[in-house]
Design a protein around this ligand. Structure first.
Ligand code: WT7
Length: 654
């Protein structure tokens, strides 16, 4: 059993209570949280049924809450009908038509405010355009866009007509885009001529053209948003400008009333094989957890300005940008750009300017900005902020303390939210007006979430600070429904142990003596680079697809900003390159991986050897490679290695 180890001593024992000022205005007070948890414990289905009736507007009310007759394929609210876009937009119009839904800022500093009424009209026009181009309920639509409001409009428009969107992060390469389009057999691609990031133009349409030149036969139409002054080619009959397709379209569009279980979207994520999996989410169940977590964890109120910095290409950008906060009737901030352009004060400047009240970002961003010193945040008035959040990886206590003191001025609770693409929404997190936090801990399970840490036999680990498998013991509304086109992989990945009873998260974790959850890391071959999940196998298959490479092993190495850095050990077809030749090969392979997957997957460090260390049964000794990658002393016995000399080569000594 790899990765599960007994964690020795607990070092973090500082406690942070929410301020009286925060508690006074908080949506959930200690008694409210207690009541929610108690209700969920006493009547699990009744609890979720209550929530679903309270927070979702149904076209046809459901009578059945949970259908577990075909476990682990669970259905929620399965005889109800509703529409996600209606719940995110239309239901706010009576009272809040003029309220700002989206505040957008581009990298050069251009801003746009979009009201709920405007959002409604634009979503409807675009939805009508999709219908006019033949997109039907259940069809897949791939969205490959910069972080602009039109990305959210496209997602909402798909939801409105019951089409299934699959957003592909703009940083992914043409090849990754093609794989996802082909796997989903998408009929439409929505993209832009280009996007801006870090002062550079991202050539989205060019990448899309490249993808389509090598596959993507299912694509019938491409809609292109004009965003940059970039010259691109448009293919007659297939490619259409966004402005042309919405021209003259009605700003009313009757929503498609879908079944609660009809898929809302697919989102591809890395796993422990070479092929990313299309995580399939439902409509009503997904939306429900998206809403309640925005209320419980972000304490969203009518006058909040909520900025989640995630791109819509990730699950965080779905649940806490495109859907949850809008369904809750809030105002969101969207930013197309890099946090260090023009300087490391950009986030803080924007918080001041847009009077952000809730700020949610990744530990890697906090660590990166922390390095620039306190002077940047100190230049701006951050007094509008009342709540801070983090997501994506464990936050180291040092970064937590900086966030708490320099950004939050010791006034703002920090919610460290643990969840996954597959869970759809927060699972473990503090409730800000209630939970006493500990830096680095995601604290406790939210109401209605039955989370446990178990041993190999599936028994609950009650001993404090003993690591085990993190599992969710009961199905929940926003859980993954299946892996698109690969049901068996869904079962094998998430329900492989414990008689298929528990959802296996793929993380190891421990609970301390006060019952706080601490995430220890992944139990599979998945890396967490800057809060993004990357499969080592995925990078390895990209590397071995290069003609000069015969074998590759990829491991992670601790990195003080990114969390983990990618280290690749390579065996070449020809003689092991050294000196200048090795340098050339490193550059070539980094580029190659960038083309195959995307820039985020480029190895930080590439080393060449004549062979890889393997066990007698032929398994690559990954643990040893991790030790080598980290530059640590090798303490394990390597005398059984076939070729001991390779260790020195991998260490870079020869
Ligand atoms: C994996 C899920 C959920 C949106 C971002 C990533 C790690 C996530 C935390 C946290 C410790 C965390 C886990 C998890 N993770 N949040 N607060 N503390 N680890 O989504 O790409 O699906 O990755 O990210 O390892 O399994 P994802």
């Amino acid at each position: 059993m790899s990765g599960i180890e007994i964690n020795s001593v607990l070092t973090e024992n500082r406690l942070f209570e929410p301020s009286a000022e925060f508690v006074a205005k908080a949506r959930l007070k200690p008694d409210d949280l207690k009541a929610l948890k108690q209700r969920a414990e006493e009547d699990y289905e009744g609890f979720w049924a209550d929530q679903a009736r309270e927070h979702i507007d149904w076209q046809t009310p459901f009578t059945r809450t949970l259908d577990d007759s075909n476990a682990p394929h669970f259905k929620w609210f399965s005889d109800g009908r509703m529409n996600v876009s209606y719940n995110c937009i239309d239901r706010h119009l009576e009272k809040n038509a003029d309220k700002t839904a989206i505040i957008f800022e581009g990298e050069p500093g251009d801003t746009r405010h979009i009201s709920y009424q405007q959002l409604h009209d634009q979503v409807c026009q675009f939805a009508n355009a999709l219908r006019a181009k033949g997109v039907n309920k259940g069809d897949r639509v791939v969205i490959y866009m910069p972080m602009v409001p039109e990305a959210v409009i496209a997602m909402q428009a798909c939801a409105r007509i019951g089409a299934i969107h699959s957003v592909v992060f703009g940083g992914f390469s043409a090849d990754s885009l093609r794989d996802r389009i082909d796997d989903a057999r998408a009929v439409m691609l929505i993209t832009a001529d280009g996007g801006t990031r870090g002062g550079k133009t991202v050539d989205l349409k060019e990448a899309a053209d490249k993808a389509m030149s090598k596959g993507c036969e299912s694509i019938q139409n491409v809609i292109v948003l004009k965003r940059s002054a970039h010259d691109i080619t448009m293919q007659e009959g297939r490619d259409h400008w966004w402005s042309d397709v919405v021209d003259g379209m009605d700003s009313h569009c009757e929503p498609e009333w879908v079944n609660a279980e009809d898929p809302l979207f697919l989102l591809y994520t890395s796993g422990s094989t070479g092929k990313p999996k299309g995580i399939q989410h439902s409509s009503a169940g997904y939306l429900l957890n998206a809403i309640v977590t925005n209320l419980w964890v972000f304490d969203l109120n009518d006058d909040d300005i909520f900025w989640c910095t995630a791109d819509v290409g990730w699950i965080t950008g779905h649940t806490y940008v495109a859907y949850g906060p809008l369904a809750a009737g809030s105002t969101i901030v969207m930013f197309e750009g890099a946090p260090v352009i023009p300087d490391a004060g950009r986030f803080w400047k924007m918080c001041e300017q847009h009077k952000v009240t809730i700020f949610y970002t990744a530990p890697t961003a906090i660590r990166a900005l922390m390095k620039f010193g306190d002077e940047y945040p100190n230049r701006y008035d951050l007094s509008s902020i009342r709540l801070l959040g983090t997501v994506g990886e464990p936050i180291n206590p040092e970064a937590w303390m900086w966030y708490h003191t320099v950004i939050g001025k010791e006034r703002c609770p920090i919610v460290d939210t643990w969840w996954q693409t597959e869970t759809g929404a927060h699972v473990l997190s503090p409730v800000p007006g209630v939970t006493v936090t500990k830096p680095g801990s995601c604290t406790f399970a939210l109401p209605g979430m039955d989370v446990d840490i178990v041993n190999e036999e599936g028994e609950s680990i009650t001993e404090a600070n003993t690591g085990g498998y993190l599992v969710i013991r009961k199905p929940w509304p926003s859980m993954v429904r299946t892996v698109w086109g690969d049901d068996q992989r869904y079962i094998d990945t998430y329900f492989p142990k414990f008689g298929g009873r528990y959802y296996l998260a793929g993380d190891s974790a421990r609970r301390d003596e006060d019952g706080y959850f601490w995430i220890m890391g992944r139990i599979d071959d998945v890396l967490n680079v800057s809060g993004h999940r990357l499969g080592t196998m995925e990078i390895e298959s990209a590397l071995v697809s290069h003609k000069a490479v015969v074998e590759a092993a990829v491991v992670g190495r601790p990195h003080d900003v990114k969390g983990e850095a990618i280290v690749a050990f390579i065996i070449c077809q020809n003689e092991r390159p050294v000196g200048e030749e090795a340098e050339k090969m490193v550059a070539e392979l980094r580029n190659w991986v960038g083309e195959q997957i995307g820039a985020i997957a480029k190895p930080d460090d590439i080393r060449f050897a004549d062979g890889l260390p393997k066990t007698r049964s032929g398994k690559i000794m990954r643990r040893l490679l991790r030790t080598i990658a980290a530059g640590e002393e090798i303490t394990s016995d390597i005398s059984t290695l076939e070729n001991e000399a390779v260790v020195a080569q991998l260490q870079g000594e020869t």
